[in-house]
Design a protein around this ligand. Structure first.
Ligand code: ZN
Length: 480
């Protein structure tokens, strides 16, 4: 049998850190990157005798996420203790939600390769606290614990096993991430771990009705690793089944360097977490008005912006998709277009050069260092003829390196377009003299010769000559 005879079944548990100012059960700040253990207090350090108080914003943000992903919101919910010991969790239990999560039975729609829509069902979204961080490598031989992250609020978004390929996983995760960014409940910075996924993978023969045994890969925080790890795991499972073997239900660790998964010694799935309602916290009761108010306050979601761009700006489905994939890019587009009144040029810059540079630098859109005003000014400088579009590309690169006003950059670098008639004429006459063959070709009706001459003039002026003026003057001079 071959891979074609198997069906892949994937489910995802996504953890997103909520961007509240303070932690879920105490008033410690949640800012990323502070010195170890400087954002802690007796509550998040798990000292005996301390009492947690639920941060109301956490509930609000989770309800927002639930409503934006078509979930039903529970009016009655509660917190439970999930008991397990790990050195980064000093209480020896995590406060989470067990049988009464805040949100249930939602879905997200993704576009499939054949041009259809597919609903990926969301089983539940619940709130919980994050654990601390263990630093294994910084100090030879020892491990140190940093509890700054302990008590940072999380939502866990659990999908049904509705995904059947890496492409679908990629689309689902990107859509989910963009929704959370749009409703501003999480910054979703994957490199900082604020958006990470546990991936469950199983395979079964197409003729089988029963699901296969699944393996789980935990805490994946890059799209590329997720795709590679799933591909590897599918092949590994099929190979085992083809050899007549059995898949073990286990937690695996993906190793980016070797491109393989490894079995982890502790099989957390097999543990009994001994859930019980946290006696230190009151039940969560939400009124219908409370839920309705949050629903009314939701901003425009990516789906709606997508449709608006296609209808209002006549953007292609694909281009609109690229821009709305990130709220940051979408805002950049709207704000810059508003300033320079040239939405076509702004969208072209975002889709082509800006996206390319982001890719090359492996940057997220929200790390773009320049403002929408800078981008708008760049477009205006081209529209006014101050710089050519080839110079503008160099200005954009500079805006990424050392962001400042585009006007300042071109002055400083001496990149202002030469639009002075006398100066252009001088260049044109020199190029004509140096290239008599091209002049003859053009006269003989070979239009391409003109392009060559303009190119030579551009070269001579280091791309600074006004191309429209060059074209016009070459034709004039040759026909004299
Ligand atoms: Zn604290």
């Amino acid at each position: 049998m071959s891979r074609q005879d198997y069906e892949v079944v994937i489910g995802l548990e996504v953890h997103a850190e909520l961007s509240t100012k303070t932690k879920i059960f105490c008033s410690c700040p949640t800012k990323f990157g502070a010195a170890p253990n400087t954002q802690t207090c007796p509550i998040c350090m798990g000292m005996p005798g301390t009492l947690p108080v639920l941060n109301e914003k956490v509930v609000e943000y989770a309800v927002k996420a639930g409503l934006a992903t078509n979930c039903e919101i529970s009016e009655n919910s509660k917190n439970d203790r999930k008991n397990y010991f790990y050195p980064d969790l000093p209480k020896a239990y995590q406060i989470s939600q067990y049988d009464k999560p805040l949100c249930e039975h939602g879905y997200i729609e993704i576009d499939t390769q054949d041009g259809n829509k597919k609903k990926i069902r969301i089983l539940r979204i619940h709130i919980e606290e994050d654990a601390g961080k263990l630093n294994h490598d910084e100090f030879g031989g020892g491990t140190l614990v940093d509890l700054n992250r302990a008590g940072v609020p999380l939502i866990e978004i659990v999908s049904e096993p509705d995904l059947s390929s890496t492409e679908e996983v990629d689309k689902y995760l990107k859509k989910l991430k963009s929704i959370l960014e749009y409703i501003e409940v999480s910054d979703c910075k994957m490199q900082e771990g604020s958006f990470r996924a546990d991936v469950n993978v199983s395979v079964k023969k197409k003729t089988d009705t029963k699901l296969g045994t699944r393996t789980e890969m935990k805490n994946m925080n890059s799209f590329r690793s997720i795709t590679r790890a799933i591909e590897y795991e599918i092949e590994r499972q099929i190979d085992i089944l083809e050899d007549g073997g059995k898949i073990e239900q286990e937690s695996l660790r993906w190793d980016e360097v070797s491109g393989k998964t490894f079995s982890m010694r502790d099989k957390e799935d097999a543990q009994d977490y001994r859930y019980f309602p946290d006696p230190d916290l009151v039940a969560i009761k939400l009124s219908k008005e409370y839920i309705q108010n949050i629903k009314d306050s939701l901003p425009e979601l990516p789906e709606s912006r997508h449709n608006r761009y296609i209808n209002e700006y006549k953007m292609s489905e694909k281009d609109a998709g690229i821009i709305v994939s990130s709220k940051y890019l979408s805002n950049l587009f709207e704000e810059a277009s508003e300033i320079c009144k040239n939405h076509k040029a702004v969208s072209n810059w975002i889709i082509s050069d800006i996206s390319r540079i982001l890719n090359e630098k492996e940057m997220e859109p929200n790390e773009i260092p320049f403002t929408s005003k800078h981008l708008a000014d760049l477009v205006t400088l081209i529209d006014k003829g101050t710089i050519s579009s080839s110079i503008a590309k160099k200005v954009l690169t500079e805006m990424f390196e050392n962001p400042r006003e585009p006007e300042e950059i071109i002055k400083e670098k001496g990149w202002i377009q030469i639009s002075d008639e006398g100066a252009i004429k001088e260049v044109v006459q020199k190029v004509l003299m140096d290239n008599p063959q091209s002049v003859a070709d053009f006269k003989a009706g070979k239009d391409r010769a003109l392009g060559f001459l303009v190119g030579q003039a551009m070269k001579a002026t280091k791309g600074k000559a006004n191309p429209q003026m060059l074209n016009k003057m070459f034709v004039e001079e040759i026909n004299k």
